[in-house]
Write a protein that binds this ligand. Structure first.
Ligand SMILES: Nc1cc2c(nn1)-c1ccccc1CC2
Length: 290
């Protein structure tokens, strides 16, 4: 990958912090020549045998993933600068804050608003999944609003994202199929379905303001997840439609092969409103005119 050799400071003026990630800080920045605003993600490089900082191969993996996606609901990568101590990703600026903050201010959202957010997240995830990329870290903190007065969202932070082709290579390395023990065959590699579970959790939180599996400790949370220990608490969900609950139930399925795919979700009636009667009438009226 070709990184810019001239210094980042030659071309950009860095401004305020707007977020942080794995070994990274993100600052608003302005391109000196054009005045255009971007987000600069400064990722510390791991030096020597130290623990701090990201490994170069991880940084390159995030860059290569960002380079092969281009979608209105996914952050885009503009330039990369490589310096001794850090790699700087110049990313599209989204300045509306995290969806997480937006929800906390509003407690819970209306079903229309929640469904509209989830539809955008699904559109972005569909683009990733169609390119065999699994995000692996979908959560409200990694979903940003384009700006304060819009409800357009973008997925950010591909620090944990993977291309599934690597996974297939792994399975190829598993040896000759006929001699492989059942527990090795059934090991569930990270799959696209991993993101779909997360979308179920995000949907539950958007509709209720509460987290479905959260326990008092990480261990309790893991237990709740593996036991599928969740319910639609009446106090939180009495205003929520059966359709919304059905959408979530189809994502909280233990077997990844049985879980809704991103295509199933985009075709679910909670997301894809069934065309109402007058729309059908209008359409047929148009046909009669032609
Ligand atoms: N870990 C993070 C965290 C963030 C971002 N990227 N990675 C980001 C990307 C583009 C615009 C704004 C941000 C701020 C938060």
């Amino acid at each position: 990958s070709v990184f810019k050799l001239e210094s980042f400071e030659d071309n950009y003026e860095a401004g305020d912090d707007i977020g942080s990630g794995h070994f990274a800080v993100v600052r608003r920045c302005t391109h000196r020549k054009t005045g255009q605003a971007f987000a600069a993600k400064f990722i510390r490089k791991r030096r020597g045998g130290g623990r701090k900082g990201a490994k170069m191969e991880e940084i390159v993996k995030e860059i290569n993933i960002l380079r092969c996606i281009d979608h209105p609901n996914v952050i885009s990568l503009h330039e990369v600068y490589d310096t001794k101590m850090e790699v700087i990703l110049v990313l599209e600026l989204v300045s509306g804050g995290e969806l997480f903050e937006y929800i906390s201010e509003k407690e819970a959202l209306s079903e229309e608003e929640a469904s509209s957010f989830i539809k955008q997240i699904l559109e972005g995830v569909k683009h990733l999944h169609d390119n065999k990329i699994v995000h692996l870290d979908l959560k409200p903190e990694n979903i940003m609003l384009l700006n304060h007065n819009s409800t357009n969202i973008k997925l950010i932070d591909f620090g944990l994202a993977r291309r599934l082709t690597d996974q297939e290579d792994m399975r190829a390395m598993m040896g000759t199929a006929e001699f492989i023990a059942p527990e090795v065959v059934s090991y569930e590699p990270l799959s696209l379905a991993t993101d779909m579970w997360s979308i179920g959790v995000i949907t539950y939180i958007l509709l209720s303001g509460s987290s479905p599996f959260l326990g008092d400790s990480q261990q309790e949370t893991y237990h709740n997840i593996t036991a599928l220990n969740y319910e639609f608490d009446h106090d939180l969900f009495h205003n929520t439609s059966e359709l919304a609950q059905d959408f979530i139930d189809k994502l909280f399925i233990r077997n990844p092969r049985k879980r809704s795919t991103v295509h199933d979700c985009l075709n679910h009636p909670w997301i894809k409103p069934v065309e109402d009667k007058e729309a059908i009438a209008r359409r047929s009226a148009m046909i009669n005119i032609d």
